[in-house]
Structure formats: structure tokens, C-alpha cells
Design a protein around this ligand. Structure first.
Ligand SMILES: NC(=O)c1ccc[n+]([C@@H]2O[C@H](COP(=O)([O-])OP(=O)(O)OC[C@H]3O[C@@H](n4cnc5c(N)ncnc54)[C@H](OP(=O)(O)O)[C@@H]3O)[C@@H](O)[C@H]2O)c1
Length: 320
């Protein structure tokens, strides 16, 4: 089968299309034929080595497809079932072996592409808005990079909870996408702080959801109300430098958290409760999942260049 392998850490050029043996499942595992693999920012951190993984390895955490083989001790999943997953390193491939406990059944009415598009970024948006800082009706929050994969889903989920979204994007084309996702006000990154002050009558926003990191963090802290929450969940512009806790005191007893998806899908019950709600919202039309672009598997390097070059919107898929 064909896979995208990282043999040394580096830029997008290290992504090589190679042949590898089709895997067979060990105990507690399944092998899935991948219909679509999701591209996520974390893939770029793993490729570059900022999240180190021993080389060589096949990249990709997320996808959806059809089960081709089940390993010993797996009783709840059968050959032919459609499943999606968010923790299956090796997903940039024609087939991948994943832990059965990580496989989420895909309901009828949700296509493989939609499932691959929503499983990782959808759970992320879900836990941020419902658990990390559960948005209350009428509250203003900031969603950075709101035209992106997580950003469009997070904006919609905040709106489903009755919150108001102050969104940031870098271009007017992306601003239109954030508005279409439901953002109440869309500004550039440099305009965010003034807009937050004005929209809240000087009080500040309840929470900032920040997946951009280095370039947005300081203004985000300044935009928060007393006891507001900074949910720092990524570093698209680079990591935030170390911070003196007194800054949180001076800015109003702020809460700072740096969550990862694994902290909010601690067991299968939590994973399934989040995906059930997300698939339910898709089925009843409350959540629209946009696929911004599909690339053939062989063009993974170009897909990474486009994601890091801020050229993508919504979800990016690789099609094996
Ligand atoms: N902690 C978790 O559980 C978790 C899970 C999933 C994703 N994440 C994080 O969430 C963030 C978004 O991920 P995503 O996959 O949905 O990506 P994305 O938002 O679709 O793409 C990243 C966007 O960030 C914005 N950006 C701002 N400054 C940038 C810079 N210097 N370089 C590149 N992009 C920049 C760009 O939008 P503009 O052009 O509009 O600025 C870009 O399109 C990432 O930081 C990712 O690591 C975290």
C-alpha cells in the first residue's frame, strides 16, 4: 500500500510517498481501509519535530473508512463497519491499524469524508466550548482563526450555546467564511483588542479560544474580563513563551489553561458522548462541516505547505 512517511524531521519536503506492507491487526486493534484522512495542524508539529516522534513513521492522526480486518478480542466492531478515529498515527495511508477503543461508529447519513473532516477538529471545538470554558448565553468570547478547521466549528458551537463570537481572520475572504459560520463580528488580529473592549462596554470577554499562540496571546489576555479564561489550545504562529503567574493576577485573576484533546476524551464514554452530540448536530442540520480542499495522498507535502502558508480554510482532507 502507499503511505506518506517521515524518515527525518523537517519541512514539507520530507513527506515522501512510499510503499509499505498492508498492516494486520494485533489484539484489540482493527485495520481500516482509509476513505479520507484529515489534515491537522498537529501533523505539521510532528513532521517538523516540535512534537518529537521517532523516525521513520507514517504521519496522520485522523481519518474515516471501512474496517477490513479485526484483531483478537474485538467484539464490538465487524469487517465492513464504517468508523472514524482521531488517534491513529499512520493515517496518511491506504490502510491503517488503530486501537478498536479509538474507533467511533459513523452513523448513516454522515459520509466518510464528513466523518474524517469533523472527528478531531469537531471534538476539539466541542470540548473547548462545552467543557474548557462552557459558554453561557449572551456572553462574548473570542475565536481566533475563525475561518480555519477548528475555528469554523467552534464559532458554530458557541452560537448553538447562545454566546456571541468576536472572530479574527487575516483576510476579507476568510472574514466572509467566519461570518457565514455565525460570527457576530469579524476583525483582523490587530483590531481584536479594541473591538473586545467596545463590544463589552469595557468589561472584557468571558473567554479567548486561542489556537494561534505566540502572535495573539498577549492581546488575548488583555481582552479578558475579570476572572476570564484563556484557553490556549495551539501554536499556529509559534509557541507562547514562559509566563510569570503574576501577569494573571494583575490582569484580573485570570484562568489560563493549555488543554489537549486527550484530556477531554479520557475514556470511551466521554469520546462517544462528544461524537454522538456532534453527529446529531450534523444530522439535524445545526452544525455545517465544510471541506475546504481535498488533495490526493501523493500531494501531502503541498497540503502541508498550504496549511502552514495560511492558504487553507475549513477542513483539508487527503484522499488515498
Ligand atoms: N489542543 C487541541 O486539542 C487541539 C486540537 C486540534 C487543533 N489544535 C490547534 O488548533 C489550531 C488550529 O488547527 P486547525 O487544524 O484547525 O488549523 P487551521 O485553523 O485550519 O489553520 C491555521 C490557521 O491559523 C491562522 N494563523 C494565524 N497566524 C498564523 C501563522 N503565523 N502561521 C500559520 N497560520 C496562522 C491562519 O488563519 P488566518 O490566515 O485567518 O490567520 C491559519 O489558516 C492549531 O494551533 C492546532 O494545533 C489543538
Amino acid at each position: 500500500m502507499r503511505v506518506i512517511q517521515v524518515t527525518e524531521h523537517g519541512g514539507p519536503e520530507v513527506l515522501a510517498l512510499n510503499e509499505a506492507p498492508t498492516p494486520h491487526p494485533g489484539a484489540g486493534h482493527i485495520v481500516v481501509d482509509v476513505a479520507a484522512a484529515g489534515l491537522n495542524y498537529i501533523d505539521t508539529y510532528q513532521r517538523s519535530g516540535s512534537y518529537p516522534i521517532d523516525t521513520p513513521f507514517v504521519l496522520g492522526m485522523e481519518g474515516a473508512g471501512t474496517v477490513r480486518e479485526v484483531g483478537g478480542g474485538v467484539h464490538s466492531i465487524s469487517v465492513g463497519d464504517r468508523v472514524a478515529w482521531k488517534e491513529g498515527l499512520g493515517s496518511y495511508a491506504e490502510s491503517v491499524a488503530i486501537e478498536a477503543a479509538q474507533a467511533v461508529p459513523v452513523p448513516e447519513g454522515v459520509t466518510d469524508e464528513l466523518a474524517a473532516a469533523v472527528i478531531l477538529q469537531g471534538i476539539t471545538a466541542h470540548y473547548l466550548a462545552t467543557s474548557t470554558y462552557p459558554v453561557q448565553e449572551g456572553e462574548w468570547v473570542v475565536v481566533h482563526a475563525a475561518a480555519g478547521g477548528v475555528g469554523q466549528l467552534l464559532t458554530q458551537i458557541v452560537k448553538l450555546r447562545g454566546g456571541h463570537v468576536l472572530a479574527t481572520t487575516s483576510t476579507t475572504e476568510k472574514a466572509a467564511l467566519a461570518s457565514a459560520a455565525g460570527a457576530d463580528q469579524v476583525v483582523t488580529y490587530g483590531e481584536m483588542l479594541d473591538a473586545a473592549t467596545e463590544l463589552t462596554g469595557g468589561i472584557g470577554v468571558a473567554a479567548v479560544y486561542d489556537g494561534v499562540g505566540a502572535s495573539t496571546f498577549d492581546d488575548g489576555l488583555a481582552a479578558l474580563r475579570i476572572r476570564g479564561t484563556m484557553a490556549l489550545f495551539g501554536a499556529a504562529s509559534g509557541p507562547v513563551p514562559p509566563l510569570d503567574p503574576q501577569r494573571l493576577n494583575r490582569a484580573g485573576g485570570l484562568y489560563l489553561t493549555r488543554p489537549s484533546i486527550a484530556h477531554y476524551t479520557r475514556d470511551r464514554a466521554e469520546l462517544i458522548s462528544r461524537t454522538d452530540e456532534i453527529f446529531g448536530w450534523i444530522s439535524d442540520g445545526s452544525l455545517a462541516v465544510q471541506v475546504g480542499r481535498r488533495y490526493p495522498l501523493a500531494e501531502a507535502a503541498q497540503a502541508h505547505r498550504d496549511l502552514e502558508g495560511r492558504k487553507t480554510t475549513a477542513k483539508v482532507l487527503l484522499i488515498p
